[in-house]
Design a protein around this ligand. Sequence first.
Ligand code: GAP
Length: 445
Amino acid sequence: MPADNNVMEKLVSLAKRRGFVFQSSEIYGGLGSVWDYGPLGVELKKNLKERWWRSMVHEREDIEGLDAAILMHPKVWEASGHIAGFTDPLVDCKHCKNRFRADDPRIKGTPGEPDAQCPVCGSRGTLTAPRLFNLMFKTFMGPVEEQAAVVYLRPETAQGIYVNYLNVLQASRQKIPFGIAQVGKAFRNEITPGNFTFRTREFEQMEMQFFVKPGTDGEWFEFWKAQRMEWHYGLGIRREKLRFHQHTKEELAHYAKDAYDLEYEFPFGWHEFEGVHNRSDFDLSRHQQFSGKKLEYLDPATKERFIPYVVETSVGADRTALVVMCDAYREETVEGETRVVMGFNPAIAPLKAAVFPLVNKDGMPELARRIFDDLRRHFNVFYDDSGSIGRRYRRQDEAGTPYGITVDGQSVGDGTVTVRDRDTLLQERVAGDRLVSHLGDKLKM
Ligand code: GAP
């Protein structure tokens, strides 16, 4: 599994150095598997979320947006099956008190038996037999900490969509087939988190539930599988690093009739970052049963009543950001020097351009500032006047900024600037007052 830990170490270090991702509460020693996004990371993730929203909601007439609350009625989680079934089998070491997933490959022997060896302290026979552990975070609503006041932090955003399906249907006057999309936080008390932001305890999901007539679910399932793969190609992720994996019977979640993972080849191996699921009528039927409210759809044309089937696309915003960062990271030698480049698709790059006065005199800073002020009204751009121009380029290569705009002696005379392309290193001269449209054209992807 540790195919290329080296790359991950370098990426984690770059992410901190350049302000993509920081460990949560780092000054207190950090909080396990919770991460914060710095100035560049927040832009990257926001660009991904906006791109997803545009393609799922704005560009489709048959999908509506929603922003449901994180806290929901606890019955939701009974109906969804999460209270009974959202569990991992875990084993404890009675000696060092560490807890592991029962299938942790580092465990030698059979947990619960005398031969089992703890992967942390090495004691023999101290691992308990596997016990089921629920992954939902619990908290209390109101002033009294008692069983009746328990609420959960949602482990998926999807349930907020199901319980609002009729509200959205009626308010939007949509007809089946139609979808509801949502971006929001989800929480899971993961026991073996790790690999940087790959598996975290707090994360964001971008989920879309598509409600269809039973019998048409197979077609829509294929449709959404293809659409989602295309979307990832559009991000510029290398095609050979993407593949589908169909869930086996053993892997299928309690709600799923069929499911495909979209997998990326991370430096630590192939892993899922999006799931496309045929959830059948499981969720709506269960909510109808548990709430006592009719959730059937009346087909206006045929007057048929049915509970719609759901095809779900569920992708992690954080995990997609990690895919994009892993895919963008490269080291190369330029003129005998190694440079590190984050080769993001310009459309999702956190910064679109950086503006540099070649030197801090002879009218260059004033002109560079004017250009910067003009550009920042249109794009997220950065101004840097410190250090040699070569060093400034290198810093922006690490940030993944696609264009470097330098104001030099000629600029002060004729108003033109050089635009350096991060990937080809080619420089072209462009009139300063044409920069907005010049960059605008390049960023349309
Ligand atoms: N509503 C269906 C659902 O939640 P899932 O396969 O459990 O399905 C979907 O999660 C996506 O959410 C995953 O592909 C991943 O991108 C993201 N995700 C799930 N658990 C995560 C975690 N602990 N940390 C980061 N992302 C996670």
